[in-house]
Design a protein around this ligand. Structure first.
Ligand SMILES: *Cc1c(COP(=O)(O)O)cnc(C)c1O
Length: 642
């Protein structure tokens, strides 16, 4: 591999966060591999060029369903190894928590591969359950229902059981048990052979997770039953002779659990609860350890929020070993372990490709060439000029601080009416020149102090990227979660610019100003200089979990175009292209009736024709134009033809 490519790969950290799925080819383009160590790959730049020939321009969401498959296999293998190594007597099954990404293609792809290992689904709402009820599942796979449930939800669950699914209703509140028991009576009166749902209970553990979702666990968690409530559930079930329905014990201490220590203590506690309930004579078969397996978005392998200090094998070993140890101590059978990992399964498979539309100038630029300062100029401008002319590697710190003071004075004098607009302009240009020089000298040094890091952020370019943070990476906005960002081409050239990203919404929060880094969080991203007439594309990576579903319609930016890509030894196949939302789609969402809009637009114009203000021909053309535009893409059209 050429030296520069090696360096850019390291700069963007591909090997740290890529889990073996991404690399750079000799052309300097980003490549996706269908599994770790697989040499076949798809050139992302070629895919984008291909799509452009079909009239599909960025932003485009690329889905690589094979990466879902690869993640399923990775996790399944890890547990298989651990089960063998520790001679665990039970099985390990997964259910896919639909809330992570309910997209039909994602769920279908999961079930297609998951069927080989009896993996099932987890639904947390009536709508998710409704979809799940019609999906093909294997006989031994489970359909687990979490979340708050009303009677209608539970009726749907019973319908699923009658239809033959292995449904588990996880009791989160006592009222759910009442509804369930009433329905049990109703259904078994009608047909005593009807298959009934199983019951589960969600335990409120004392142990908490770590990271952003810490609140999901611990005594004050929103979900789960306390010890006394669990005993009450058991008592009521026994009273009506239905304790055989209780089959599963569940806990979930949060998503993106960054610290394995916390996970281990929760598992130890839950295994103990399982064993004690078993000892009460209840035949619980399943211990559901919830989701929470973290994705190492920044590749640092630490307990930092966007990372994880463990891998799949370590996770599997700990789960299996701890549950086995507790069960053996307590002399109870090893349960079938259920895992509800969603983020881990889907994060890698999707990326958003955006084009950089333009650069937003923040630094004051000098339009008139070299600044000339004369005796007549105000003192403050003359001082700034002197600072600029004499700043060097030794005095840059002092001179920069002087310049800050001078700028303050410049604005004060302007506000008092003491200097002209031209003087102010001259002073601003000189100030930013000094900043650029100070920045240069500061970064020659080994150690760069905080104020000069801050300065670099002020000086850096702002690249206007054609997407909406709110639609496509809402967690970056809401939770400051980091996603790796990398150009999909030019990776054989050294990136020479420092930039942050602005999206195209009219919201000053619509920016990305934090970037992944192995040791820290970067305030600026190294990118290539924009060349006139040449497109520049970036990929926002690892957005397959939560982002699509949580994204919103801020400014009425809709779903981006979407393409499904399969990779084989000859390259790639574009399996499916789904057009993004149109203006009409988004307007409908905001309760506009597009035909009403068009009619009122038409009426206004016709009125003007009657008054003789515009011609009939102009009117017809405008109406045609307006009606046609209802079908446009909500994002910007490319500036350059290339
Ligand atoms: C959200 C959720 C999950 C999925 O968590 P991940 O961190 O995506 O694996 C699993 N189980 C329950 C109950 C959840 O609420």
């Amino acid at each position: 591999m050429a030296k520069v490519i090696e360096q850019t790969a390291e700069k963007y950290g591909i090997e740290n966060w890529g889990a073996g799925y991404f690399s750079i080819n000799r052309k300097g383009n980003l490549v996706v591999h269908p599994s770790e160590g697989d040499t076949s790959g798809a050139d992302v730049k070629e895919i984008i060029d291909d799509l452009k020939r079909r009239g599909i321009h960025p932003p485009v969401l690329l889905r690589f369903p094979q990466l879902i498959v690869a993640q399923i296999r990775k996790l399944q293998r890890a547990f298989k190894n651990a089960i063998r190594e520790y001679e665990y007597q039970g099985r390990h099954l997964c259910v896919y928590p639909m809330k992570v990404n309910q997209n039909r293609f994602v769920v279908e792809e999961y079930l297609k591969e998951g069927a080989k290992y009896d993996f099932g689904l987890e639904a947390g709402s009536k709508a998710e359950l409704y979809a799940a009820l019609a999906m093909e599942q294997t006989e031994d796979s489970l359909l687990i229902l979490n979340g708050f449930k009303d009677e209608e939800f539970i009726r749907l669950a019973f319908a699923g059981a009658t239809a033959g699914k292995s449904v588990v209703i996880v009791i989160e509140k006592m009222s759910e048990l009442e509804h369930t028991l009433r329905l049990v009576n109703e259904v078994s009166k009608r047909n005593s052979n009807a298959k009934l749902p199983m019951l589960g209970i969600r335990v409120k553990l004392y142990s908490k997770g770590s990271g952003r979702w810490e609140k999901s666990g611990g005594e004050t968690a929103k979900f789960g039953l306390t010890t006394t409530e669990i005993l009450e559930v058991i008592k009521q079930l026994k009273k009506v002779g239905r304790s055989d329905m209780l089959k599963l014990l569940h806990f979930h201490i949060g998503s993106q659990l960054t610290d394995i220590k916390r996970i281990k203590s929760a598992i130890r506690e839950a295994a103990r609860v399982y064993a004690k309930i078993r000892a009460l004579g209840l035949k619980i078969d399943y211990l559901d350890v919830g989701g929470g397996m973290a994705v190492d978005y920044d590749g640092s392998r630490t307990s930092f929020e966007s990372s994880a200090n463990y891998n799949a094998q370590e996770f599997a070993n700990d789960v299996i070993y701890l549950i086995k140890t507790v069960c053996d101590e307590e002399n109870v059978p090893h349960p079938t372990i259920i895992q509800e990992s969603g983020r881990y399964m889907t994060a890698y498979h999707a990326m958003l490709i955006v084009n950089v539309q333009d650069e937003i100038e923040t630094v004051v630029e000098d339009f008139a060439d070299p600044i000339v300062v004369t005796e007549d100029d105000p003192q403050v401008v003359k001082e700034l000029y002197d600072l600029r002319e004499t700043i060097n590697g030794k005095n840059y710190r002092e001179y920069y601080h002087d310049a800050l003071e001078n700028r303050e004075e410049l604005f004060t004098m302007f506000n008092l009416g003491l200097i002209s607009l031209e003087d102010r302009g001259k002073g601003e240009v000189l100030f930013w020149d000094i900043c650029e020089r100070a920045d240069y000298f500061a970064h020659q040094k080994k150690y760069v102090s905080e104020d000069f890091n801050e300065l670099r952020r002020l000086l850096c370019a702002k690249y206007l990227a054609n997407f909406s943070v709110f639609r496509s990476v809402p967690d970056n906005w809401a939770l400051e979660q980091l996603f790796p960002i990398i150009p999909i081409h030019k990776l054989n050239k050294k990136p020479t610019e420092y930039a942050t990203l602005c999206d195209i919404t009219c919201d000053s929060d619509g920016v990305i100003e934090k970037f992944v880094d192995l040791h820290d969080v970067k305030n600026v991203l190294e990118l290539h200089k924009l060349e006139k007439g040449e497109p520049y594309y970036l990929a926002i990576m690892l957005i397959g979990a939560y982002q699509e579903v949580m994204g919103n319609s801020h400014n009425l930016f809709g779903f981006p175009h979407e393409a499904h890509i399969y990779i084989d030894k000859d390259g790639y196949i574009i399996k499916k292209v789904i057009h993004g939302s149109t203006l009409a789609d988004m307007l409908k969402q905001a309760k506009y009736d597009v035909s009403h809009l068009q009619e009122s637009f038409r009426r206004n114009l016709e009125e003007k024709v009657r008054k003789g203000e515009i011609s009939q021909a102009d009117c017809d053309e405008l109406i045609k134009f307006y009606e046609k535009k209802a079908n446009s893409y909500t994002y910007l059209l490319p500036n350059c033809k290339a």
